[in-house]
Design a protein. Structure first.
Length: 355
């Protein structure tokens, strides 16, 4: 067996592993730059020495030097060997010195750090076959999710996604009732409450810690009179006659997604709408061999599927179900119309469901 191995193939595998280890370490370095203002300090494109960067960012010179060396060999910062100065290319500044994009990177990096911290829970679950609920995760995971939602979902939800739904925006302007299932820290509903002051909003999540944080966030935003949050399982949330029911990056986490959509159909007004926000992936595994696919299948195996299993799933949807599988689930729950919303959102897949 060993004799038949091609040494070059083995070298390639080792190279790939090394590259994955470097990427894992590199993400921490990128996040460090976001959180300590190093990217912002380089954002004007000036060619800086480590001492000058340290002065601008208010950190020790030794740390600025080590951080710059890493970013230079990683290709995020240009290094001039003649002057020993470092420059941030404009394209990198556009991503990493931008508040929204850097918040998204910070959020994802926080969740990935929490996944590493919570690894033993998942390792035990793989051995026992039991699940790991969202409530068992480190707080950094919940916070990271909230950051990603605020950066990646909220701006588009308000400015483009709601207007792209059939007749929904007019109802929200006039005064509608909206539910968000698996609402987490409530960022989506709070943003909608700010945009549509005549409407009322209620978020549901089984995790009491998230519901407590969502209530605090609504009070801090001054919308707690119109946005409330309740602890409830997705398949048994309360209320009726909703004009809109949202699932933002949450349906695939559920133990019983068909049950949750059945309950949604029952709780909608006769001409109400449900909106599923999921990641934009291809239907077939073999078509998802790309960085987004890698990230999502890892999140699925480490977080979303363990949560679904903790809630009774034996065949969880996983973080990358794709349009065809989601349509099957919606149809099994009795929805008669499932329509992919045409929006310019490379990372997101939006499905509009009508009873
Ligand atoms: C990936 S997070 C998304 C949170 C939020 N929608 C956002 O976009 O920030 C998934 C959420 O679903 C919630 N969840 C998981 N299983 C649930 C269940 N069976 N019933 C209600 N909520 C559930 C989790 O507690 C978590 O807040």
């Amino acid at each position: 067996m060993t004799a038949m191995l091609d040494a070059a193939d083995v070298e390639q595998v080792i190279g790939r592993l090394l590259s994955d280890m470097a990427a894992t370490a590199g993400l921490q370095m990128i996040r460090l730059g976001v959180r300590t203002g190093l990217w912002q300090a380089l954002a004007d494109g000036a060619a800086l020495t480590p001492a000058e960067l340290a002065e601008r960012a208010g950190i020790a010179e030794a740390y600025a030097r080590e951080w710059l060396k890493h970013q230079a060999v990683s290709g995020y910062v240009d290094h001039d060997p003649a002057t020993q100065r470092f420059t941030l290319p404009a394209a990198v500044a556009a991503v990493l010195a931008d508040d929204t994009q850097s918040a998204m990177v910070d959020g994802f990096a926080g969740m990935l750090a929490a996944m590493a911290k919570d690894h033993i829970l998942v390792e035990d679950a793989y051995r026992s076959g039991y699940g790991v609920g969202w409530h068992q995760r480190s707080a950094e995971h919940w916070l990271g999710m909230d950051l990603v939602t605020r950066a990646e979902v909220v701006p588009a939800l308000v400015s483009a996604w709601i207007p792209a739904l059939d007749g929904v925006e007019d109802r929200l302007r006039g005064g509608a009732t909206v539910a968000d299932i698996g609402c987490g820290y409530g960022a989506a509903l709070i943003a909608l409450a700010e945009a549509y002051p005549r409407s009322r909003f209620i978020g549901f999540d089984y995790h009491d810690g998230s519901i407590a944080s969502a209530r605090k966030a609504a009070a801090a935003a001054g919308v707690a009179d119109r946005v409330t949050f309740e602890v409830a399982d997705a398949a048994a949330f309360g209320g009726a006659g909703y004009d809109l029911v949202l699932f933002v990056d949450a349906l695939h986490d559920l133990g019983d997604p068909v049950g949750a959509l059945r309950r949604t159909r029952e709780a909608l007004a006769p001409d109400g709408t449900a909106l599923l926000v999921e990641f934009a992936v291809a239907d077939r595994l073999e078509d998802n061999a790309n960085p987004l696919g890698r990230l999502l299948y890892a999140s699925s195996a480490l977080v979303c599927s363990p949560n679904a299993i903790a809630h009774g799933a034996t065949d969880p949807l996983g973080s990358a179900p794709g349009e065809a599988r989601l349509t099957e689930v919606a149809t099994a729950a009795g929805f008669g119309r499932v329509h992919r919303v045409d929006v310019d959102a490379p990372l997101n897949l939006l499905l509009e469901l009508r009873p």
